[in-house]
Design a protein. Sequence first.
Length: 124
Amino acid sequence: MNLTKKEKLAILRAADELIATGGRNLLSKILKGSREKKVLELELDKSPVYGYFQSETIAAITEKVDWMIEHDFLEIFYSGKLPMIVYTDRGWQIEASQRADEFLLATIRRRNEWMVVKFLRNLM
């Protein structure tokens, strides 16, 4: 198995929602688009990549997550007996860059919205 760049980025982005608070099963459920109670209670359905692999089985998605662990993008950290997903240095470098891009785009959108509002107010 080999993952595309987009698939890797989607998995890393979904992992950001639960770093050190959830494991690979919960990560797979975000990527599947699960409507499970825990997913909804934690508002993981608000993730921009929620349902990214909706047409695939949980087993197939979990294989992709395991591939990310095996190839040093993510790792499992144990909090007591509970396995938690965390970034490796390699995974964090990629995700940090991706998040910076998201924040920049959000800032540009807000600025553009503000400029439109200002323009419309000037028309009045």
